[in-house]
Design a protein around this ligand. Structure first.
Ligand code: GLU
Length: 314
């Protein structure tokens, strides 16, 4: 599919030129599974898609990477689409102030996760998706692939090696799921719910694909490609953006709001999706992470972008 090139292309080229000398200098690639540990840290890509459907990309913006927690944004979207406000009976909407995979808070709050972007919250969302899919004789994994492929206008797949490794090493996620189950907060068998969660983390996409897939978030929920049918309503879309701003970047959300001022969702694969409501959606990727688990150069790139363009929600 071809799209018109955006007037922002020179800004992205300039960001790549500014950050390229810093590649490989600082930050650490996620190392909890081999498939992530062997990713070359010296990669950087940036892409955007405007509300009008214009696209721009620079650096390694066509290279697929493991989207990891960025997937939580899309499974939340799917659950809100299917369940509306009933979703919030099981999941909160407050920043957690605790590590993304913490068990402690979950115990204090009787198995109700603080928000859909910490691991417990995303696992609870996956449980809802499994229930919804089962009710119609389908599968949550198929629904997730269908949503992503529709949003991108091209086929999207899980990386089986990453999904297997997530399952082999996901002891804390297994604990979180069982813990919620013990509080009666997970309806389906834990294996199926975690298989959904591990696979969504293992989606492989490029910056170009992610900027396009998330473009409904800058269009009041209208489908990125043809506008129809809408992905989410205007109110739901505002809420997703609000959750990204307050909870989307691990424990750095306050700092990100301060220095970038855009709703963002990041993942340990080094990807970050950011939204400028009513204007455009961006995706940056660089695998080396800072101490908060966010892409080091990705955050720098977003800061440069808002400085150059003056675009921010504030
Ligand atoms: N698969 C990772 C986990 O569940 C996701 C980590 C992330 O991107 O935050 O631990």
């Amino acid at each position: 599919m071809s799209s018109k090139t955006s007037k922002f292309q020179p800004v992205l080229d300039e960001i790549v030129a500014t950050l390229r000398p810093q590649l490989g200098q600082g930050g650490k690639v996620a190392s909890y599974i081999p498939a992530l540990a062997r990713v070359d840290a010296r990669q950087f890509g940036i892409a955007l898609r405007t509300c009008e459907g214009e696209e721009a990309g620079a650096g390694d913006f066509e290279t697929p990477f493991s989207i990891q927690s960025v997937s939580k944004l899309f499974t939340l979207t799917l659950a809100m689409q299917r369940m509306g406000d009933a979703l919030w009976e099981r999941i909160g909407r407050e920043p957690s102030g605790n590590p993304f995979n913490s068990l402690v808070q979950l115990e204090n709050e009787q198995g109700k996760p603080r928000n859909p972007f910490i691991n417990a919250g995303a696992i609870a969302v996956a449980d809802r998706l499994v229930s919804q899919a089962r009710a119609s004789g389908g599968s949550a994994k198929t629904d997730i692939l269908a949503l992503m492929s529709s949003l991108c206008g091209e086929p999207i797949a899980f990386d089986d090696e990453v999904a297997r490794s997530e399952a082999d090493t996901g002891f804390r996620n297994i604990a979180l799921a069982n813990f919620m189950k013990s509080f009666g907060k997970i309806d389906n068998d834990v294996e199926t719910v975690l298989d959904t969660y591990f696979n969504q983390c293992a989606l492989r996409m490029s910056c170009r694909q992610l900027a396009r897939a998330a473009a409904f978030l800058c269009r009041d929920g209208a489908h990125p490609i043809d506008g129809e049918p809408e992905v989410t309503g205007e109110r739901q879309t505002r809420r997703i953006n609000a959750l990204m701003l307050t909870c989307g970047t691990y424990d750095a959300a306050g700092d990100v709001a301060f220095s970038i001022g855009l709703p963002c969702k990041s993942g340990v694969g080094g990807g970050i999706v950011a939204v400028v409501p009513d204007r455009l959606t961006l995706c940056v990727w660089s695998p080396a992470l800072d101490a908060t688990g966010n892409s080091l150069l990705g955050m720098k790139a977003l800061e440069l972008f808002v400085t150059r363009t003056g675009l921010s929600v504030f």
